[in-house]
Write a protein that binds this ligand. Structure first.
Ligand code: AHG
Ligand code: MN
Ligand code: MN
Length: 337
């Protein structure tokens, strides 16, 4: 039963029994992400003040200089997860290598690894536009009791046990899945509590929004160029509307609610695309599929790609199922000719 008075904390407890392995570890993990989200939210909301504070020569209460927000967000998530002894490893966009976590008392007993884009859409911070955080969770594949290895992180997206994002927008939301649909919770900032606001989120099968950085049009593969022209054609339900924020999280969030397609294709500048498979595309793909949408690299399912590197990039097409099908059709046609 979904209940919009329900808090995220209550929802996590109530749904713990539906997890495959019910040790409570995954619940604790989601709980600590919820906590870090609130910490980062607080800092993001002050973003416009940083310069003012800086100009006055101030430091924060701990006497530290202000940090860049993506570094701050990275530290906040890593600190929260590490201090609570919940995961055995973390990989982040902001870290060259993965981090292996061993606590004295637990001796590598934790089962989950987390991959994270701590601040997505960072170029939007200085201009007061929505940014986000993306996370992806796997069970480790190496034996418990040993340090994690790269193999624990290079798993296909279809092995994810949870994924989600936080959007720091006009309101702050956490949207996540553990493989039983997608639910969204909105933060009441006055009391610091997330409430269920978007139960069982679903991509409309069709949509009329396309989101792509069209400034790169000339560099796109022919299939994408053709699909963009299709979106702009004068037909019964077209041209579609173009909306591009430049924060994947925010573009995805809007498209999931309204119906639409997001594309970051390969180009002459980014021959394998710009977005990262492990902490941007896979978690968004998992959410999309759990919400009846679809995610593809133009030819194949994102979640079936075998990762070979931590910071690997892939072309990304994601959104309403019929729209992604159509874009794939154009890609296949262009490949043939
Ligand atoms: P990040 O801020 O984590 O580096 O990610 C930015 C990504 C994504 O959020 C966004 O959709 C895309 O880069 C925007 O890229 P362009 O500016 O090239 O359109
Ligand atoms: Mn990003
Ligand atoms: Mn980032």
């Amino acid at each position: 039963m979904t209940n919009t008075n329900q808090t995220l904390g209550e929802f996590i407890i109530e749904n713990q029994a539906s997890f495959k392995y019910t040790s409570g570890e995954l619940s604790r993990l989601i709980n600590s992400l919820r906590l870090a989200a609130k910490v980062v939210n607080h800092e993001v909301n002050k973003a416009g003040l940083v310069d003012i504070i800086g100009a006055a020569g101030d430091q924060n209460v701990q006497g530290e200089d202000q940090q860049k927000l993506d570094v701050y967000a990275n530290d906040a998530f890593i600190r929260t997860l590490t201090k609570r002894n919940i995961v055995c490893g973390i990989a982040s966009e902001e870290e060259d290598d993965f981090i292996s976590i061993n606590s004295q008392d637990k001796n590598h007993q934790n089962k989950y690894v987390v991959l994270i884009d701590p601040l997505d859409g960072s170029s939007n911070i200085d201009v007061n536009v929505s940014v986000g955080t993306i996370f992806s969770v796997y069970r480790r594949v190496t034996p418990v009791g040993t340090p994690v290895t790269i193999d624990d992180f290079l798993q296909k997206g279809n092995k994810q046990v949870a994924a989600g994002y936080i959007v720091y927008g006009t309101s702050t939301m956490i949207v996540y899945t553990t493989g039983h649909g997608v639910n969204g919770f909105t933060l009441n900032p006055a009391i610091g509590t997330f409430y269920m606001s978007h139960p069982n989120m679903q991509f409309p099968e069709d949509g009329n929004i396309y989101s792509v950085n069209e400034g790169n049009y000339i560099r796109f593969p022919q299939g994408i160029k053709d699909y963009i022209k299709y979106c702009q054609e004068e037909k019964e339900d077209r041209p579609y509307t173009s909306r591009y924020i430049g924060s994947l999280v925010s573009d995805f969030h809007r498209n999931m609610i309204k119906g639409g397609i997001y594309m970051y294709p390969e180009s002459s500048k980014y021959p394998t695309g710009k977005l990262r498979l492990l902490y941007e595309c896979n978690p968004m793909a998992f959410l999309a599929e759990q919400a009846s949408g679809k995610a593809s690299d133009g030819y194949q399912r994102i979640m079936d790609i075998q990762p070979t590197e931590l910071h690997q990039r892939v072309p990304f097409i994601c959104g309403s199922r019929n729209m992604v099908d159509k874009a794939e059709e154009f890609m296949a046609k262009a490949k043939e000719s």
